[in-house]
Write a protein that binds this ligand. Structure first.
Ligand code: M6R
Length: 612
C-alpha cells in the first residue's frame, strides 16, 4: 500500500526520488518522505500529504547526494502525522529505513528496542527495525539485515541505508509486497513498481520473496535470506508504457481512464480471438481438465469482486457449472470445501491484494486449481496461480477502478464463453455469435462515452442530487453487481453513503430508508427480470423516492417507472453490464466533481491493498 523508491548512482538523486514518488503516489498519499546519503550523513525530509508537500520542504536535503530513497505512505500503524512518516532514522542518524508492508510482531519488536534503551519517535511498526540495525550492526549492512530478517514477521519490502556504507542500498522482501530493480548505466533503482523509474531505464530484475538485494551503482546482488547464497535473476525489459502515467489532456486520471475503456476492452478481447476463434492461452488447464471441473469459486475484493459476480452469472449460464463468488477476506477464513475438481478464479487488477493472494494460497493447498485474472504482468497473483489471464487495460492510476472493471468483466465473459464451448453447453455457432457481439462492444462503449445528450443529462442529475444524504442502488440478476459497482464508485469518490441491494430484497428492510429525498439508481436494462424490476421501481416511487434508471435504447417502457432514464445501446443481456456501468461511473464522477473532491485520490484509500 505504500510506494518505495531507491537510487544509487552518479547523478544527484533528489529529483529522481521525488519523480519516482510522484509515479508511486497512487499507492498511498497520507505522507511522503525521503532520506539522502550526503557527505554530512543522512539528510531527511518528510511531510504530511501528497508528494508535492514533500517537494515543498525538499530544500532541506542535499542537492548533490547521489544515493537516496523515498516513501509515500498509506497509514497502517500510527496516525497520519509527520512523526509517523517514513523514512525513520536511528537516534545517531547512522541508519535510515523505509518499508511497504507490515511487521506483524511489531508490539514485541517495539518492546524489545524500548527495553534496549531506544526512544521511539513514532507509533509505527517500521521504526523498530532502524533501532535493531543500530544494535546489531557489525560493519556489514547486508549481512546484518539478513541476520535480522528471521525476527521480522509479516509481509514487507523494505530498504535501508547506512552512513558507514554510503555507496549502497540494501533491500529485503517477505511475501507479496513487490520490489523491482532497475538497471541503468552506472546506476541502479529499486522500487515498488517500474513506472517509478521507467523514464530512466526499462531493464529490470525482480527481487523474489525471501531475498536480500544489495544495490550499488554498478552491481546488484541477490542473496537468499536462509543461507546467504547468491542468486541470479535475468534482466528483463519492462513493458509498461510511460504515456499512461500522464493525464493526456483530461482533468483527472479517472476521467482519462473512463475514456480509455473502449481501447482497454478491445485490447482484452483482441488477443483472445485468432482467425475468429476463441483461445484462452495461459489459462493453465487443458480442455479436458476444464470439462472435469464440477465447481467454480471466484474470489476478489471491491471492484474485482463485482466483476467476479458478473462472471458468476455468465459461467453458470454458459459454462453450466455451479459457481460461487465471495469476498476474498471472508472466504479465506471459511472452511471452504475443495477437491481437484474445483476451479478457483482470483481477480485482482493490481495483482497484489493481500486477501486475494491468501485465498489463492489456501485454495491451492486444499487441492484446487487456481486461475488468476490480473492487469499486472508478473504480479504476485500471477505468479501464485496455475494459469493467468491478463486484462489489457494498461496502468490505472485513479484509485477508483473504471477501465480495469470493464476489462475484468470482459475477461470473465470470455472465460464463461470458453467454458461454455469446451463443456459443450454452447454450440460453435453460438460462441461465434456471442464473440462477434462482444467484439462490437468497444464501439458501443465509445458511443455511450461520446453521447452528448447523456452527458448533459448526467450534469443535470449531478447538480440536482449531489447534496443528497444517501443513494440506494437497486438491481436484479446481472444488474445487481453493476449496482454494487456504481454504489462503490459513488461512496469512494464522493463520500456519500450508498447501499446496493437486490431489488427483490428491498422490501425486507431497505425500503424503510426511502423518502422524497432519496435518489434511487436502478439498473433496468432489458432482460428476463425487467418486469420484476419495473414492479420494484413502482414500490420505490410509491414512497416518493426519485428513480434514476439505466435502460436499454428502444425500450421506452422503463420511462413509466422512472423519473430519469439513462439509455445505453442494445446488446444481448449477458453483455449489458459493460454498457450499464458507464453512466454510473460518470454519475459518481460528476457528483464528486460538484463536491470539489479529489477523485483520483479519495481520502483513506490506496490503489493497492497489500494489508489484510
Ligand atoms: O487490485 P485489486 O483489484 O485486487 O483491488 C481490489 C480493490 O481494492 C479495488 O477494486 C477497490 O475496491 C477500488 N478502489 C475500487 O474502485
Amino acid at each position: 500500500m505504500c510506494g518505495i523508491i531507491g537510487y544509487v548512482g552518479a547523478r544527484p538523486c533528489k529529483e529522481l526520488v521525488l519523480k519516482g514518488l510522484e509515479h508511486l503516489e497512487y499507492r498511498g498519499y497520507d505522507s511522503a518522505g525521503m532520506v539522502l546519503v550526503s557527505d554530512a550523513g543522512l539528510d531527511r525530509a518528510r511531510a504530511v500529504g501528497p508528494v508535492k508537500a514533500l517537494r515543498a520542504v525538499s530544500d532541506a536535503v542535499s542537492a548533490t547526494a547521489t544515493v537516496g530513497m523515498g516513501h509515500t505512505r498509506w497509514a497502517t500503524h500510527g496516525l497520519v502525522e509527520e512523526r509517523n512518516a517514513h523514512p525513520f532514522l536511528s537516534e545517531d542518524s547512522r541508519f535510515g529505513v523505509l518499508m511497504n508492508g507490515i511487521f506483524e510482531n511489531y508490539i514485541e519488536l517495539r518492546a524489545e528496542v524500548t527495553a534496549a534503551g531506544h526512544t521511539l519517535s513514532s507509533d509505527t511498526d517500521t521504526e523498530a527495525l532502524v533501532h535493531l540495525l543500530e544494535d546489531e550492526y557489525d560493519g556489514d549492512l547486508a549481512e546484518t539485515v539478513r541476520r535480522l530478517y528471521p525476527r521480522l514477521e509479516g509481509h514487507f519490502a523494505f530498504l535501508v541505508v547506512c552512513r558507514d556504507e554510503p555507496d549502497r542500498i540494501i533491500g529485503a522482501r517477505l511475501a507479496w509486497p513487490p520490489l523491482v530493480v532497475g538497471r541503468g548505466d552506472g546506476e541502479t533503482f529499486l522500487a515498488s513498481f517500474t513506472p517509478a523509474f521507467l523514464e530512466e531505464t526499462r531493464s529490470i530484475q525482480i527481487v523474489e520473496e525471501g531475498e536480500i538485494v544489495i544495490a550499488t551503482a554498478d552491481n546488484v546482488e541477490f542473496r537468499a535470506v536462509t543461507d546467504g547464497s547468491v542468486r541470479e535473476h535475468p534482466i528483463e525489459q519492462a513493458d509498461e508504457s510511460l504515456e499512461v502515467a500522464a493525464k493526456g489532456g483530461y482533468e483527472t486520471f479517472m476521467l482519462k481512464e473512463i475514456h480509455e475503456q473502449p481501447t482497454a476492452i478491445a485490447d482484452t478481447i483482441a488477443e483472445r480471438f485468432h482467425h475468429g476463434e476463441l483461445h484462452l492461452d495461459g489459462i493453465g488447464l487443458t480442455d479436458d481438465e476444464l470439462r472435469a471441473m464440477n465447481r467454480v469459486l471466484i474470489v476478489g475484493c471491491g471492484t474485482a469482486l463485482h466483476a467476479g459476480l458478473v462472471g458468476r452469472y455468465l459461467i453458470e449460464e454458459w459454462g453450466g457449472v455451479a459457481t460461487e463468488a465471495d469476498v476474498a477476506s471472508e472466504w479465506r477464513y471459511r472452511n471452504g470445501v475443495f477437491d481437484p475438481k474445483t476451479l478457483v478464479i482470483a481477480i485482482s487488477q493490481s495483482g497484489e491484494t493481500a486477501d486475494t493472494l491468501a485465498a489463492m494460497q489456501i485454495a491451492r493447498e486444499r487441492g484446487a486449481r487456481v486461475v488468476a485474472v490480473t492487469n499486472i504482468m508478473g504480479s504476485a497473483v500471477a505468479r501464485a496461480a496455475d494459469g493467468v489471464l491478463y486484462t489489457r487495460a494498461g496502468l490505472e492510476i485513479g484509485v477508483a477502478a473504471s477501465k480495469t472493471f470493464t476489462s475484468q468483466v470482459t475477461l470473465m465473459t470470455l472465460l464463461a464463453l470458453h467454458l461454455g464451448a469446451v463443456r459443450g453447453n454452447l454450440t460453435t455457432q453460438q460462441v461465434a455469435e456471442i464473440g462477434n457481439e462482444l467484439r462490437s462492444l468497444p464501439d458501443l462503449v465509445q458511443r455511450v462515452l461520446d453521447d452528448k445528450a447523456m452527458d448533459a443529462q448526467l450534469d443535470m442529475l449531478a447538480d440536482r442530487f449531489c447534496h443528497d444524504r444517501f443513494f440506494l442502488y437497486l438491481g436484479r440478476h446481472l444488474g445487481l453487481p453493476i449496482c454494487q459497482e456504481g454504489a462503490l464508485k459513488l461512496k469512494e469518490i464522493s463520500y456519500i453513503p450508498t447501499d446496493a441491494y437486490a431489488a427483490g430484497e428491498m422490501k425486507h428492510g431497505p425500503i424503510a430508508l426511502l423518502g422524497d429525498d432519496t435518489p434511487v439508481v436502478a439498473v433496468a436494462t432489458d432482460s428476463h427480470v425487467f418486469e420484476k424490476m419495473a414492479s420494484n421501481l413502482e414500490e420505490v416511487r410509491a414512497r416518493g423516492a426519485h428513480v434514476i434508471a439505466v435502460g436499454t435504447e428502444g425500450n421506452t417502457a422503463i420511462a413509466q417507472h422512472a423519473e430519469h432514464v439513462l439509455y445505453v445501446p442494445r446488446t444481448r443481456p449477458e453483455l449489458q453490464p459493460i454498457l450499464a456501468v458507464l453512466p454510473l461511473q460518470m454519475l459518481a464522477y460528476k457528483i464528486a466533481g460538484r463536491l470539489g473532491l479529489d477523485v483520483d485520490r479519495p481520502r483513506n484509500l490506496a490503489k493497492t491493498v497489500t494489508v489484510e
